[in-house]
Design a protein around this ligand. Structure first.
Ligand code: NDP
Ligand code: HSE
Length: 440
């Protein structure tokens, strides 16, 4: 049987998960693929770091170049993380004509265009199933399964750490900081957790999905990103009373029309916490689980659900890429369905100010006659319709929360109205603004 030798760079959460998964299932994969996957080397920074699963020292090295340059290694997996040395690692492997597997969404977000171009020039593939939504095979689904569709909408819960935090804040009334510590202990959070809680990790992933779905490279600077750090239990509870659940969503929506003619589409690519109907299936995606809801013009609505982080789920995606790489090597395939090509004329990302939503607004105002009229007037002047309002009875103190739900309104109009409200002497707290996504 043909043998494909694999070298890993990284033996941490994901790398050690891959090591163990290959030990468990490489025989099974060999029987399915007709190719034996053989792990020959693992590069780490230090042999004595604690690892979720042990890796024998005999196959470890602290020199990643010795993995990339080893003529015995046919496929290189970059599981180290970061965007600087990781870029050098991937480019070095591609330059040697070796297929590369990566789980590194930050790297693809920052340098994807360059890396995919390098892979194309070398006539090899860069595989990245593990970079988005861990164990969910969403890259393969978009790239191959939906190749006959225009993707009109995609909503993703793609950060396990944030979903874990929001779930526990909702179900247990738990404290943000305490739950974040648990997510770090369980290996869900990035080494730098602000990547998770400030929405950047979701933006990396949603940018990769948007580029794949719409055929033009989505630059990370064009993605509007808001995280969950400022969300409070109060908002989670009020949202719940109104029949909504707050989730951090990655959102890709295609709008008709061209950019300067042709077929180029305008696409909203954003990450923000959103109220979604508690009856919707996405509202019931809890804990560290991820889900990606994809609407295609032929297929209709589809939903993918699974673990988006952690050593085993991510290892499953890496193994799937190893299988593709092994079969490509076996059959001499140069390219699968290409990752980013202008299958539509180049599109562009819509500015957040050109999008419209319904909104949840929480104000902290003085409880005095005429206050509500002042606020309603500002919304009215901005042509923003109010669909419902709550001022809870029995609130102690001079400042009361006022919760308003709006009809659909342009982002820019709502932003301007809130800036005006913030200036009112009767306003005593920074207004909280959360978009509502009906998912229709
Ligand atoms: P870890 O920090 O757990 O592991 C990183 C590994 O890379 C460690 O083994 C480290 O060595 C090694 N390493 C780092 N720099 C070098 C270097 N210069 N030379 C050799 N080895 C090096 O990270 P994760 O496993 O969590 O993440 C890896 C990648 O996978 C990241 O890109 C991450 O975003 C992505 N990812 C992570 C998921 C998760 O759930 N954790 C899910 C999906 C993707 P040492 O062990 O000695 O420190
Ligand atoms: N920190 C990421 C998350 C890991 O929480 O989803 C998976 O990419």
């Amino acid at each position: 049987m043909q043998q494909v030798n694999i070298g890993l760079i990284g033996g941490g959460t994901v790398g050690s998960g891959v090591y163990r998964a290959l030990q468990m299932n490489s025989e099974l994969m060999a029987s399915r693929l007709g190719v034996k996957l053989n792990l020959v080397k693992v590069a780490v920074k230090a042999f004595d770091e604690p690892r979720p699963y042990p890796i024998p020292e005999a196959c470890m090295t602290t020199d990643w170049r010795s993995v990339v340059e080893d003529p015995q290694v046919h496929v290189v997996a970059e599981l180290a993380g970061g965007t600087t040395v990781a870029r050098t690692m991937v480019l070095a492997a591609l330059k040697l004509g070796k297929p590369v597997v990566t789980a590194n969404k930050a790297l693809l977000s920052a340098h994807g265009e360059e890396l995919f171009e390098a892979a194309q020039q070398q006539g090899v593939n860069l595989y990245y199933e593990a970079s988005v939504a861990g164990g969910i095979p969403i890259i393969k689904a978009l790239r191959e399964g939906f190749v006959g569709n225009r993707i009109t909408q995609l909503y993703g819960i793609v950060n396990g750490t944030c979903n874990y935090i929001l779930t526990r804040m909702k179900l247990e009334g738990a404290d943000f900081a305490e739950v974040l510590k648990d997510a770090q202990r369980l290996g869900y959070a990035e080494a730098e957790p602000s990547l998770d809680v400030d929405g950047h990790d979701s933006a990396h992933k949603i940018g990769i999905l948007a580029s794949l779905a719409h055929g033009f490279w989505v630059h990370p600077d064009h993605i509007h990103v808001e995280g969950i750090r400022s969300l409070s239990r109060t908002d989670i509870q009020f949202a719940s009373q109104l029949g909504f659940t707050i989730k951090l969503l990655g959102i890709i929506k295609k709008f008709p029309g061209g950019t300067g003619g042709g077929n180029g589409s305008k696409v909203q690519v954003s990450v923000y916490p959103a109220l979604i109907p508690s009856t919707h299936v996405l509202a019931n995606v809890n804990q560290v689980f991820n889900a990606v809801f994809v609407r295609g013009d032929v297929v209709g609505d589809t939903l993918f659900y699974g673990r988006g982080a952690g050593k085993d789920a991510t290892a499953s995606a890496v193994l799937s890429d190893f299988a593709d790489a092994a079969l490509d090597l076996k059959f001499g395939t140069k390219r699968r369905v290409p990752p980013f090509v202008p299958h539509e004329l180049a599109g562009s990302v819509l500015s957040i100010d050109d999008t419209a939503s319904r909104y949840y607004v929480r104000l902290g105002v003085v409880d005095r006659p005429g206050v509500l009229a002042k606020i309603a007037a500002i919304f009215g002047e901005g042509n923003i319709g109010i669909s419902s309002m709550i001022q809870p009875e029995g609130h102690e103190g001079d400042v009361v929360p006022l919760i308003l739900m709006t009809h659909e309104a342009p982002n820019s109009a709502v932003r301007q109205a809130l800036a005006r409200i913030n200036e009112l002497p009767v306003n005593k707290a920074v207004p909280v603004l959360i978009r509502l996504e009906t998912l229709e």
